[in-house]
Design a protein around this ligand. Structure first.
Ligand code: 13P
Length: 248
């Protein structure tokens, strides 16, 4: 059985005060949830929010990392630093990183391997642009991204990796993929993992949907057979909204 995982990606939002208050309020409203609850926070909030979340089911994630162990890379952060600060997960290859910060399939692969080496659980993102979808290239794009991301990644590492399918055209646009559209591509990704690693791994690997997930569409998304969770931007910034996602 795959444990559902719902992650809030705060992007470049929230402060120490609003972050701590958020963790307190969400922890109080969680009850004994069956869902894995993750907050992907700005680097400076990893340590304080890990402390604030102590004794609660909330796990902390970073939103990016560098693939080298250390070196002259001004402004970058290593997997080990994230781990030391208290991150358990790290988002890799988000489309905003690909779009604005020159993230490539190759760097995604290097980061994925380094994250595993450091004992972080990667949440690796893939997804097509509107142009690619309209040209009928969705599967080809996702296939290229997934194959490249997992190059040289072992079956043991793959099974603990979380994949997030986030169509670029659905991010922050209010234009959600329908549950059926999300299922179609996520089912395709699971099939791809099966071809690459066999059915035991593909049945266990968790695949999230991301892109304008809201309290009013979470249930139908989670009802799809291959969708194991959500990676949520805008609707993860308010405790009550995030709680209604987690308690869907
Ligand atoms: P929105 O939920 O704001 O569309 O963002 C999705 C996303 O990019 C999560 O990583």
């Amino acid at each position: 059985m795959r444990k559902p995982i719902i992650a809030g990606n705060w992007k470049m939002h929230m402060t120490m005060d609003t972050g701590r208050a958020f963790v307190r309020e969400v922890a109080a409203g969680l009850g004994d949830t069956e869902v894995e609850v993750v907050l992907c926070v700005p680097f400076t909030l990893i340590q304080p929010l890990k402390a604030a979340a102590e004794g609660t089911p909330i796990k902390i994630a970073a939103q990016n990392m560098h693939f080298e162990d250390s070196g002259a890379y001004t402004g970058e952060i290593s997997a080990e630093m994230l781990k030391e600060a208290g991150a358990a997960y790290v988002v890799i290859g988000h489309s905003e990183r690909r779009q604005y910060f020159n993230e490539t399939d190759e760097t995604v692969n290097l980061k994925l391997k380094k994250a595993h080496e450091a004992g972080l659980i990667p949440i690796v993102c893939c997804g097509e642009t509107l142009e690619e979808r309209e040209a009928g290239n969705t599967e080809a794009v996702v296939r290229r991204q997934v194959i490249a991301a997992f190059e040289g990644v072992s079956p043991e590492q793959t099974v603990t990796t979380v994949i997030a399918y986030e169509p670029v055209w659905a991010i922050g646009t209010g234009r959600t993929a329908t549950a059926a559209q999300a299922q179609e591509v996520i089912g395709y990704i699971r099939g791809l993992i099966e071809t690459m690693y066999g059915d035991v791994i593909s049945e266990e690997v968790r695949i999230q949907y991301g892109g304008s997930v809201k309290p009013d569409n979470i249930e139908e998304i989670m009802n799809e057979v291959d969708i194991d969770g959500a990676l949520v931007g805008g609707a993860s910034l308010k405790p009550d909204s995030f709680l209604s996602l987690v308690n869907f």
